[in-house]
Each structure stands twice: as structure tokens, then as C-alpha cells.
Design a protein around this ligand. Structure first.
Ligand code: SAH
Length: 240
């Protein structure tokens, strides 16, 4: 059997034998952009119920339904890994969020640090980027993008059973990186272009759940650092 070329996220409960309405955007995409005929096959997922094979029917210019045939994949949770990062320029922030979703983050938390120059994020746009990344990479779980919060606030409310891989540019070139063997709940922290302040570094160093980590002998840009850190974590403790 050939695998359908289109994979869509829908905001609707999914189960074999059910049908669900198509949004205008999906109708336009499927029938106008992708040139679907009546009954065209696609894969759908909603972040909760796994992935399903479905058939699309257009019932009017701006209306249509999906007939959900059967489950093709159960929900697959990524490892319990959060990514905390300081937002940078919007195209690079988009990149970080997209890569975090592809690399298997379970939650994405933008944080404002001392040297973060971006005061705002476009939350809806970032969540949309995550959904597009999951549509493309074959995932069935959709990580949540949290609202922007201060790093201090996140640390104050930090769950004691979650370790934090603090990627500290001050350790650049120092030997040693993340060790394997301590699976469980984790988060990665990546700083902004300006790096962390001394005060932030001191505060983080005192915290029990923090693991300071080097990402090698070169200073990486924040977006590169996010991808590198996730790769290291996934290899040592995740599902790679
Ligand atoms: N302007 C800073 C660098 C910031 S790089 C300076 O010149 O020192 C942005 C973020 O990427 C850092 O805050 C850190 O979280 C991460 N990072 C980049 N290179 C790193 C390295 N070699 N080791 C650990 N973290 C690194």
C-alpha cells in the first residue's frame, strides 16, 4: 500500500469509523493546493489519539468532511524533555521551535533572561510552526509552546524531580558533557545571543537539579546550541 502524501493535524477527536468536519483552510489546502479529488486519502492526527487513515470529501465550496478509516499509528509520546530557550530574532526563534518539535521535545518554554532582547513572542505563530513540524516529521504528539515567562519565575516554580541541563557558554571547551544513565524528567536551558549574566550563572550553579554542560570547544549560536543540546540529550538519555 502506498503511504498518503498528505499528513494533517486536526482539532477533533479521532476514532475509526467516525467523521469530522474539515476547516476552510484544510479544504483550500487539500482541494485547491494539493488538487485532491473526492475521497482522496490522507493521514490525520490530533496530538491525542494517534494517527489515522482518512478520506476527504468536499461537500460545498467551503465545506467538507473527513471519513476516518482506521488507526495507522498509536499516540507516541516523546521522552519527558522540556526545552527552555531565550527568544532571539523571530526567524531564528521559529527555527528553534520547529527543530525542538522535530527533535522530540515534550514542551517548549520561551524564557526571558537578563540579556534577552526580544520582549515578545508570537505565541500562536510558534504553536503553528510546531504543528507544521509534527505534520512533516511523522510525530503524533504535539508539544505545547508555553507563554513567555521570566527565567526567574520558571526556576522559582521548578519541579524538584526534573533535572536541568544548563548549557553554559562559560564552560566552552571544558571537558565532559552529559552522562548517560540518569533517565527521567529533564529540561534543557539555552541562553540568548548575549549569553547568561554572572548572576544567573551563580544562581543556576547553586540549584540542586542543575547540571552545567559544555557544548564543545566553540561558541555556538543559540539556535545551533538548541539543536546540538537536544541531540546530545537524546543520544545519552532519550529515544535515539
Ligand atoms: N554571547 C555569548 C554566547 C551566547 S551563545 C558569548 O560570546 O559568550 C547562546 C547560548 O548557546 C548560550 O547562552 C548557551 O546556552 C549556548 N551555547 C553556545 N555555545 C556553547 C558551548 N560551547 N557550551 C555550552 N553552551 C553553549
Amino acid at each position: 500500500m502506498t503511504v498518503p502524501k498528505v499528513r494533517l493535524y486536526v482539532e477533533h477527536p479521532l476514532a475509526a469509523g467516525q467523521s469530522c468536519p474539515l476547516t476552510r483552510k484544510h479544504i483550500h489546502y487539500l482541494f485547491d493546493v494539493m488538487r485532491f479529488g473526492q475521497g482522496g486519502e490522507l493521514l490525520v492526527f490530533n496530538g491525542n489519539d494517534g494517527e489515522f487513515l482518512a478520506f476527504a470529501e468536499r461537500t460545498g465550496r467551503q465545506s467538507g468532511t473527513l471519513s476516518v478509516e482506521r488507526q495507522t499509528c498509536p499516540l507516541q509520546q516523546p521522552p519527558d524533555l522540556w526545552l527552555l530557550f531565550a527568544p532571539i530574532k523571530s526567524s531564528r526563534t521559529d527555527f528553534i521551535v520547529e527543530k525542538a518539535a522535530e527533535m522530540g521535545a515534550s514542551r517548549i518554554l520561551p524564557v526571558r533572561t537578563r540579556f534577552t532582547n526580544s520582549e515578545r513572542i508570537r505565541h500562536d505563530r510558534l504553536q503553528r510552526r510546531v504543528i507544521e513540524a509534527i505534520e512533516q516529521c511523522g510525530g503524533t504528539f504535539v508539544p505545547e509552546v508555553c507563554p513567555l515567562q521570566r527565567l526567574d519565575t520558571a526556576l522559582r516554580a521548578w519541579p524538584s524531580d526534573r533535572r536541568l541541563m544548563f548549557c553554559d557558554e562559560a564552560l566552552c571547551g571544558a571537558p565532559g558533557t552529559l552522562e548517560s544513565g540518569r533517565e527521567g524528567k529533564w529540561a534543557i536551558l539555552i541562553g540568548p545571543e548575549g549569553g547568561f549574566s554572572d548572576c544567573e550563572r551563580e544562581r543556576l550553579a547553586e540549584m540542586q537539579f542543575v547540571e552545567r554542560v559544555s557544548l564543545g570547544p566553540r561558541i555556538l549560536r543559540a539556535d545551533t546550541a538548541a539543536v546540538a543540546a537536544m541531540a546530545i540529550w537524546q543520544k545519552a538519555l532519550g529515544d535515539w
